[in-house]
Design a binder for this molecule. Structure first.
Ligand code: PXP
Length: 239
């Protein structure tokens, strides 16, 4: 059965809208864990638009499940990860102007640099996941880079509208998940997933964990955070 890790970046987005101290992502992490999630995910962006170093430091000391820190593969971030020691680092591409992460890493185009980054993090005993598009070339490259996990980017699947497009994107995800599993990679999946579009992915038993943020926080605004997390857990964990 798949696990659910909750991305709490957007709790911090609301806090940063007023540059104050509420709502606190640390409180959200407590509630998500009480609701039964398997892990907490935060993206410490270079521009610190939502999550701050203070959040990651306190989360490291307080959460009881697993901490997955999303980050760009920069020297600054590797240093911070070494200090914080999350259970997993997910390397993502990052652009200042984007509203959210827009696609997977280009592993082939940045091979040598990423290899050094993966190895530095693993030396700190941190599991490394690479956020990539559902593309066999990228999956094979992730294996060559000795990543522990891949996170399959589900954003394109989540954004397309027609039945034909959805089927095309689902096929790519299914083929990528199958290949990653054959290669012995751990498999996470996320971006743009919600209470409806996650359904077909629940049949893919190779997926270890779903990483979901925006749809849970959006529902939480209306029905409460704990219920929003529980509703997603019910979907992910109902056989
Ligand atoms: N996975 C990665 C690598 C991401 O960058 C994000 C967004 O921060 C997510 C998953 C979660 O995406 P969403 O907020 O759309 O659920």
């Amino acid at each position: 059965m798949a696990r659910l890790s909750v991305n709490i970046d957007h709790i911090a987005t609301i806090r940063e809208a007023r540059k104050g101290n509420e709502p606190d992502p640390v409180a959200a992490a407590f509630l998500a864990e009480l609701a039964g999630c398997d892990g907490i995910i935060v993206h410490l962006r270079e521009d610190r638009r939502h999550i701050q170093e203070r959040d990651v430091e306190i989360l490291r000391k307080t959460i009881k499940t697993k901490l997955n820190m999303e980050m760009a593969a920069t020297g600054e971030m590797v240093k911070i990860a070494g200090k914080i020691n999350p259970d997993m680092c997910t390397l993502v591409p990052e652009k200042r102007q984007e509203l959210t992460t827009e696609g997977g890493l280009d592993l082939l185009g940045n091979f040598a640099y990423l290899k050094a980054t993966v190895s530095k993090l693993q030396k700190e005993k941190i599991l490394v996941s690479l956020f990539i598009d559902p593309d066999p070339e990228q999956i094979n490259a992730a294996k060559e880079l000795k990543a522990d996990f891949v996170e399959i980017h589900t954003g394109t699947y989540s954004n397309v509208k027609t039945k034909k497009e959805i089927e095309r994107e689902l096929k790519k995800i299914v083929e990528s998940v199958t290949l990653a599993s054959q290669l012995g990679l751990g498999i996470n999946a996320g971006h743009g997933l919600n209470y409806r579009n996650i359904q077909p992915l629940l049949n893919l038993s190779e997926i270890d964990e779903f990483s979901i943020g925006h749809s849970i926080i959006a529902r939480a605004v209306l029905v409460g955070f704990e219920r929003a997390v529980k509703d997603m857990i019910d979907l992910v964990k109902t056989p």
